[in-house]
Design a protein around this ligand. Structure first.
Ligand SMILES: Nc1ncnc2c1ncn2[C@@H]1O[C@H](COP(=O)(O)OP(=O)(O)OP(=O)(O)O)[C@@H](O)[C@H]1O
Length: 234
């Protein structure tokens, strides 16, 4: 499989303050990665750095073999990075269907396929963005990213604040995305065990550095390491 994403010794942060302190990482097409660590260690900062929203102080980011370290955010999105931010950002004046269609780009994912993945969104197709539950908003945020036909989906705490039954529903969809469609995914998640059950590989950050990298299954089985490195929520 060809290289999809590579980070080489990335140092990045906000203005002068450096949060990510030498991150190296590589992913191939079809890889799924859990990005774990305690609060404030830099997980979100890593995702927003991939989107070009931080100050890069050193190192390089390669995407499909090209150096994108200085590329603008919207061009990264066009190049195939699909970001689902923690805040979800729904528009009160757009319907569910409008949220999906305005961002559509040609490819395998279209309205029908997103509705198949999230039947609840089809039921709510005429509702406005502010008339949705938290779980529905998260489904819409993921559906919207899929409509752009990304090559890599970046999910920032997709389960945050959701009821257990919705968490299970979303987990089923993400699992299918990874295993059936071969979508490449990075998942940041406080529910470490759940994230590990959805992905093939895992890295753990601590104070802006990678302190553990392994396949997800072996970290899931290694309760001591998991408890030591990650505040385990589930
Ligand atoms: N916009 C910002 N400006 C300045 N510092 C920031 C900004 N966003 C985050 N930080 C700082 O960067 C560090 C890493 O935060 P980040 O949100 O990446 O951590 P995280 O691992 O995603 O944590 P959490 O699980 O709490 O979201 C923290 O010290 C945080 O205070």
């Amino acid at each position: 499989m060809p290289e999809l994403l590579a980070l080489e010794n990335v140092r990045a942060g906000y203005g002068e303050s450096v949060i990510l302190d030498g991150i190296s990482l590589d992913m191939q097409e079809g890889d799924s990665l859990a990005l774990l660590g305690r609060n404030g260690v830099g997980k979100t900062t890593l995702l927003v750095t991939l989107m070009g929203l931080t100050e890069l102080h050193g190192g390089a980011i390669r995407w499909c073999g090209n150096d994108i370290s200085r590329m603008q955010t919207h061009r990264r999105a066009h190049a195939g990075l699909g970001w689902v931010p923690q805040e979800r950002y729904m528009f009160p004046s757009l319907t569910v269907e409008e949220h999906l269609t305005v961002v559509a780009r040609p490819g395998e994912w279209d309205l029908n396929k997103v509705y198949q993945a999230f039947p609840r969104l089809q039921e709510r197709r005429a509702n406005m963005g502010n008339q949705l539950s938290g779980g529905e908003q998260q489904m819409l945020a993921i559906g919207r990213a899929l409509m752009t036909n990304p090559r890599l989906l970046l999910l920032d705490e997709p389960m945050e604040g959701l009821a257990p039954i919705i968490v299970q529903e979303l987990a089923r969809v993400i699992r299918r995305l990874v295993s059936d469609t071969g979508m490449s995914v990075i998942v940041v998640e406080q529910h470490a065990r759940l994230a590990l059950s959805l992905t093939g590989r895992a890295i753990v950050l601590d104070r802006g550095r990678v302190v553990h990298a392994s396949d997800s299954g072996s970290l899931l089985d290694d309760r001591d390491t998991l408890d030591r490195l990650v505040a385990v929520a589930a």
